[in-house]
Design a binder for this molecule. Sequence first.
Ligand code: PRX
Length: 574
Amino acid sequence: MGKVHDQILPRRANNSNLADYGQAVAYFKWEDVERQFTWYETGKVNMAYEAVDRHVNEGRGGKTALLYSDSVREESYSFADLKEKSNRFGNVLRKYGIGKGDRVFLFMPRQPALYFSLLGILKIGAVAGPLFEAFMETAVKDRLEDSGAVALVTTPELLHRVKREELPELRYIFLVGGDSDPDRGLISYDLESASASVELEPEWLGLEDGLIMHYTSGSTGKPKGVYHVQRAMVQHYYTGRVVLDLRDDDIYWCTADPGWVTGTSYGIFAPWLNGVTNVVRGGRFSPRDWYSTIERNRVTVWYSAPTAFRMLMGAGNESLKGFDLSSLRHVLSVGEPLNPEVIRWGDNVLGQRIHDTWWMTETGGQLICNYPGMDIKLGSMGQPLPGITAAILDDQGNELPPYSMGNLAIKTPWPSMMDRIWNNPSKYEEYFRIPGWYISGDSAYMDDEGYFWFLGRVDDCINSSGEMIGPFEVESKLIEHPAVAEAGVIGIPDAVRGEIVKAFISLREGYLPSDALKDEIAAFVKSGLSAHAAPREIEFKDKLPKTRSGKIMRRVLKAWELHQPAGDLSTIED
Ligand code: PRX
């Protein structure tokens, strides 16, 4: 280790120019990255082995891997501890007949057991499916049902949101902090792990065998199960080095929950593949809590998101008083456009330039980034990493010249590219409709120095606080409410969250518009789907604009909202 960084991307002085970058690209070979892995020699692949066991076998077992804290606990675990705990849970899963390729989901708050059990799932070759703890009944059921999960790891507090009677394939539920109840298929994670063996031979896999699933929202239909395979580790490891710039003595903190892809690719895999100490903070966001997490742990590399930075910014410099953030040496952002004013705030208040990174659940890892040594243009997502080719294409697949707006596309393949959309090959094909390219669904342009600039989503997806929300899913939930006849959902601009969800609703006969009804409808979505999907604004309308085929025209809703002309209305109903 260490070699690869120098080989494929020479560390450059600040303000170095693009000539170096060109050189790095010319020398770049994915094979040089692959050489860093045990499997390159042995032919045996397992993500959990590479991220954990390898460090123990190579004499780094005593190094701190996980620094966990919340308002009541503060715990630290070495790589040897992670190996032992994941081996124990891997053995528990095997005892219940769970193995290679089975989907095992996780539904619990950030806590050490989430990380142990996820690694245990990977050790035995099963595919992990982490769910965000704020998901409510319908969101949990949809994902477990679609994935055909055979087991779930959760807590007694969240168990009531799991509709077991509607999930025939779900055989076992492992309860963290709960008792076994064999008649109900409930198994105590703690008791069984405690009595399981600490020895385990990992399941040896191929590079194309399953790793992890994350559900992400599209503009139509239910959320899609984005399925990643073992080879993604090549990208996680590489970007951990060249984008996160991780070094041996770093203390790294990624604020994302493993329920989202950032919380696994960069909250688990990238730091641990690189053998770096990883901070996990449980509980809810507050500026003082976050600043003190940086101070107490002496965090050096910090990966977060624009909404979080904007909230810190909004809390004012008062909230910073008394905190020493001087340990920070590298700060990064992902998930939404990073406003120049936030970068300036970072310069002034954190004393660090915030580095934007662009990627998606489907891409599995970072692709277009601002990385150390590169000249940052405020407001640009940066440049494609060495090994990655990006372009702006028109709808026919022609490459467009600089400054033309079009589809942001990536040349296929790259190591962490999704392998499939679970149960939905036609959705998968849509991304690759132009031969040789992955079409991201983002529109962007490139400048004449090869920097990419984000413009928006091509589809109707809403990006609120970095979380992608599919309008269709919210509309489907809304019309389950007895008062709602029709609903159309769009994103509207918001200073802190980027966008928020707004619903236009027409009511059924016998219901009258009122603020109380708005609150009730919002609460209905919140308790059925999740808080982040619930509309923060609702407007009642007598009628919603529809196409002749009955599709609600979100484009017209958006024009109403922004007081803009509605454009071509030739397909509208009346
Ligand atoms: O629209 C882009 C936006 O987030 C989308 C991907 O969302 P998701 O799959 O939830 O993954 C988020 C974390 C990887 C993209 O299609 N997005 C992501 N990063 C940026 C961004 N928009 C602007 N700037 C970014 N850096």
